[in-house]
Ligand binder design. Sequence first.
Ligand SMILES: [Zn+2]
Length: 391
Amino acid sequence: MAMNHLCFADDLLMFCRGDLNSVKLMLEGFKVFSEATGLQVNPTKSSIYCCGMSSSIQTSIQQCSGFKLDFLPFRYLGVPISSKKLKASDCDLLVEKMVAKIKVWSSRHISFAGRMQLVNSVLMSICVYWGQIFLLPKRITQKITAICRSFLWFGTYDESRPGSVGWDQLCNHKDQGGLGFRNISLWNQAAVGKLAWAISENSITEALASTQWLTDPKYSIKNIYGGLCTQQPKVHWHRFVWNRFSVPKHRFTLWLALLDRLKTRVRLFKIGVGDDPSCAICGSVVETCSHLFFECTFSTDCLQLVLNWLGYTVTKTNLTQVFMWVRRYCKKEFRRKVIFTALAGLVYQIWKARNDVVWNHNVPTKQFILKTIQFDTRHRIQNLLGKTVRL
Ligand SMILES: [Zn+2]
């Protein structure tokens, strides 16, 4: 009789055919093991689970083994074991775990960049374990996505208002304009595919042999997931935004600015919020992203101050053009990264100044903005490199 088992720490699962003879043979086999090792089974902590068997056979197996009869699903290593497809209610624990984490974080003030990190590293990893074992029900993958989305944009777990950028776009790779989040549903398919691949390695049938990914000598979840995702055109500014030297919260604002998703007065006006679409700082032109970065006289002056500090004079007044200019004319990588760091800081400070005007009616001075950018840039780079950098 072929006998299969799973063993982890002091838990042991044994599987056999659902008839009395098979159970007897299995128990005899286990008795030999017990005599050889001295390890005894504890009947009070052991159970029998039966599927598709008549109650008379179940009773005789129970009497023969002395173990109590129990019912599926049960939990093994934290996940429910069942002979049927997983139901959404079986995965409630997964959702509860994510919500519990967010409830702890919600009491603290966390920036968008911090929340982005927490979604990617903590919330996503909670469902990775289950996602590699089961095909998660659609309702659960939707719920997980909704929780992550709500936390990223609003810092809570149950907000249904839309965020500034759609979830599908957030799941694009960073060089395609996204944040590199996982599309849970597609990643789950790729991860569970590895189990199918492992089974097919042992027993490949003719029908399966024609399926190329099942017959590949190596299975990579990452590659299969990449194949399942729809590839988007690359954006030319991703190195500018995701520059390692830049302060994370500056990167996030710069990313939103380049996607034109900052909640400028024009955008708010279009959806019926506010009655004045003009620039909060200068008040003379409508407030769009391209006006703020850097057509507005206030921001043009700040840009000149920052570039003069770095030893450049540029007359560009468009964020993308400034970035292209730096990429073309600044060949030294370190220097280029420093300029990108200062520019990301500038975009953040101008957006902050704009918000200051809207909420506190206070316009910071250009010199104050320059000094803040100088301080942030120096300290960030010195912290990262662990040495004094002259800027
Ligand atoms: Zn303006």
